[in-house]
Design a protein around this ligand. Structure first.
Ligand SMILES: Cc1cc2nc3c(=O)[nH]c(=O)nc-3n(C[C@H](O)[C@H](O)[C@H](O)COP(=O)(O)OP(=O)(O)OC[C@H]3O[C@@H](n4cnc5c(N)ncnc54)[C@H](O)[C@@H]3O)c2cc1C
Length: 377
């Protein structure tokens, strides 16, 4: 935790504006995370990693997000992919070796779930892996692929084989050197510009053992969704916390100018502080509840599915609202791009949350579940 705090303050924060304005990969921050061994934080201890819990990973992501939202999103996405291998590849000697390697080589893992034709529905694929003997080939036309050009490997969702239904998916790890990426769209976005997430046509091949054992239906519900939603929520909170910290500095500056009286903005600060704290309780409680789960089958139930959906929707909506309120406190100095109180990057970054797997899509799934689920949250 102390090394991530240092990286956030000394490396990510000073480069955040440049990463944002040039829409470039946060190379310095990711290199520093590599050097500090942070990329393998969740690899199980028996394989040489730190075996970090969800609560610990969420703290790392939220800390980094207070300095640079894009760097934190890269770290969170990497963890949500690595967790699939760490939790579903443990019976495979190939993946156990790959994780041991990750500890000393600090591989960076990217993800390709979205696809032209299925868009934001992660539980549906058109492309299929073709396994012939000990080798596979896999081609995918992905709409969005964060930092794929900077990754050492990508986890790709696809149909189990050419005859499988769209929802009968597996996860395949494709490794740098074994794939060709053709960029198909641009990434000139409002925010999260440093994630470098254009569309790509992927052509890949590899060892058949790179197909993660089991169905993606299970690894998605038991691992990819909980890790993504809890870690994303923690980093959206980090972005909001950065904005509130700037607003608090602004209010304290006003207070120093009028000793003995409390500036009117202090009341607004107290109000936004409450929202920030509520948001933190939401992801922190979910992370701790996840760490307390003893039987992974529990995660396949409606209770967890609804809880994770609610967490994602609530936190992705709360973050831009909190940044907006921080901006009302700071005023024009927050609106300016060249002021120490500037909130433009935080605002734009926080807007990505509700689109990153559309909240409408998530609410539609929750609505269907609530037709049969009768317990209260
Ligand atoms: C910063 C960032 C990084 C990303 N990184 C990656 C990555 O690394 N890998 C990856 O695979 N993807 C990535 N994505 C893609 C992301 O996860 C989604 O797949 C993608 O943003 C969805 O695109 P969409 O909004 O066009 O699609 P859709 O989800 O299809 O949404 C399109 C429209 O349809 C509406 N809609 C959809 N379903 C419903 C419904 N049931 N009811 C009502 N309205 C509905 C939505 O509200 C929206 O208006 C990233 C996205 C962002 C913002």
């Amino acid at each position: 935790m102390s090394s991530v705090k240092r990286i956030a303050q000394e490396v990510a924060a000073p480069n955040a504006a440049d990463v944002d304005s040039k829409a470039r990969f946060p190379t310095e921050a990711v290199e520093a995370l590599r050097e500090a061994g942070v990329l393998s934080a969740l690899v199980p201890r028996e394989l040489g990693g730190a075996g970090c819990t969800m609560a610990q990973l969420a703290q790392l992501c939220s800390t980094l997000a207070q300095a640079c939202g894009s760097s934190a999103m890269v770290l969170a996405m990497h963890y949500s992919q690595l967790s699939c291998i760490a939790r579903h590849g443990m019976d495979s000697e190939f993946f156990r070796n790959w994780m041991r390697e990750t500890v000393w080589k600090q591989w960076l893992l990217a993800s390709m779930t979205s696809e032209v034709g299925t868009f934001g529905d992660t539980r549906s694929s058109i492309c299929a892996v073709d396994v012939q003997g000990e080798r596979f080939t896999l081609n995918k036309d992905a709409t969005t692929g964060s930092y794929c050009q900077h990754a050492d490997a990508i986890l790709v969702t696809c149909r189990r084989d050419a005859t499988a239904a769209n929802s009968d998916q597996v996860l395949v790890m494709v490794r740098k050197g074994d794939y060709d990426l053709k960029q198909t769209t641009s990434w000139d976005t409002l925010g999260m510009r440093g994630t470098c997430s254009p569309g790509f046509k992927l052509e890949s091949h590899g060892d058949a053992r790179q197909v993660i054992p089991g169905a993606f239906a299970d690894s998605s519900a038991q691992t990819m969704v909980p890790y993504s939603h809890i870690l994303w929520a923690s980093l959206w909170w980090g972005i909001a916390a950065d904005a509130v910290a700037r607003a608090a500095n602004f209010v304290r500056g006003q207070a120093r100018q009028t000793p003995g009286s409390t500036p009117p903005t202090a009341q607004r600060l107290a109000e936004v502080w409450e929202d920030l704290q509520t948001m933190k309780q939401t992801w922190w409680a979910a992370a701790q509840a996840f760490d307390a789960v003893e039987d992974r089958e529990e995660l396949l139930g409606l209770n967890w599915a609804l809880r994770l959906n609610n967490l994602k929707v609530a936190c992705s909506e709360a973050a831009p609202q909190i940044v907006h309120r921080a901006l009302q406190i700071v005023g024009i100095l927050g609106y300016k791009n060249d002021s120490p109180f500037s909130l433009g990057r935080q605002y734009r970054d926080s807007l990505s949350g509700s689109l990153m797997i559309s909240n409408d899509r998530i609410n539609a799934k929750s609505a269907a579940m609530l037709l049969v689920y009768k317990d209260l949250p």
